[in-house]
Design a protein around this ligand. Structure first.
Ligand code: AMP
Length: 270
């Protein structure tokens, strides 16, 4: 893949990369379309990265459908799919990791220690292999996008990192490969996450900007939908530091909830 990428660059082609763990849905396809706007060649990477999962997490049952994904990529006009084996990405003597030290601490960094170290390490490797001019990541994983932007700036990756809007189901639930785990009943409850976030946005529009009040309403709404809260936080959308006062356009509400055994995340920036 790296040889192909270098050859494409030599020909003057701009490469766009879309890193994914596969089991593609409309959210992933929207990233492909954005990558196509900003580049000549789109490489989609498809790799379930073991270093970003903790031992008790769902690495071994993460949904997979490589033939289906390849069909979707072909239809979407993806030029290359890079889907390496774990043993190629992490050979036995592997010992080098990439880590952000601050921006990875709150939110998912708090409840999934080591997660972002795995993410930054694999994304660095994928960037070096695919040699992109642009990389497109979804705002669905808001902290991941912020972490990768920080890493890109800190390590001088010559890559423009583009954040793509969250794609949602008709009822508001953010699309996620993990939604496939949900039973019918859980699927009904899961919509409570986005509803609670939209409700917060409306509250702010109607003039309620006190963060403590908004957060207490947000948590109550989530509990009342039968969701078990992992975290609900209000942070500055650029540096992910806690916010005590509403800041127009920069106020991030980020939520992680367990719906049954399935952990889902969502967010809005108001
Ligand atoms: P994943 O395969 O879940 O690791 O996601 C790969 C990329 O797709 C990440 O940059 C995600 O943020 C992005 N993504 C996943 N779900 C959505 C969604 N519903 N809307 C927009 N982007 C998404």
């Amino acid at each position: 893949m790296q040889k192909i990428s270098f050859a494409l660059k030599k020909k003057g082609k701009k490469i766009g990369v879309v890193p994914t763990m596969g089991y593609l849905h409309e959210g992933h396809l929207s990233l492909i379309r954005i990558a196509q706007k900003y580049s000549d060649i789109v490489i989609l990477t498809l790799f379930i990265n073991p270093t970003q999962f903790a031992a008790h997490e769902d690495l071994n049952r993460y949904p997979q459908d490589i033939p289906g994904d390849l069909k979707k990529c072909k239809k979407a006009g993806v030029d290359y799919v890079f889907s390496p084996k774990i043993s190629k990405m992490y050979p036995k003597n592997f010992e080098t990791y990439v880590e952000t030290t601050q921006i990875s601490l709150p939110l998912c960094g708090g409840s999934r220690p080591g997660h972002f170290r795995g993410v930054t390490t694999i994304v660095s490797k994928l960037f070096l292999i695919t040699q992109p001019t642009v990389a497109v990541l979804g705002k669905k994983d808001f902290q991941q996008l912020a972490v990768i932007k920080r890493m890109g700036a800190d390590l001088n990756f010559p890559i423009r990192i583009i954040g793509a809007p969250i794609v949602r189901d008709k009822d508001g639930l953010a699309l996620s490969s993990r939604n496939v785990y949900l039973t019918l009943e859980e699927r009904k409850n899961a919509v409570g996450i986005s509803s609670a976030l939209f409700w917060i946005r409306n509250q702010i529009k109607s003039g309620e900007t006190r963060i403590a009040i908004l957060m207490s309403h947000l948590k109550n709404k989530l509990f009342s939908c039968g969701l078990r809260l992992d975290y609900a936080e209000c942070l500055h959308s650029e540096n992910l530091t806690p916010l005590t006062h509403y800041q127009k356009g920069k106020t991030l509400f980020a939520v992680a909830c367990f719906v049954g055994k399935t952990r889902l995340i969502d967010n809005i920036v108001v």
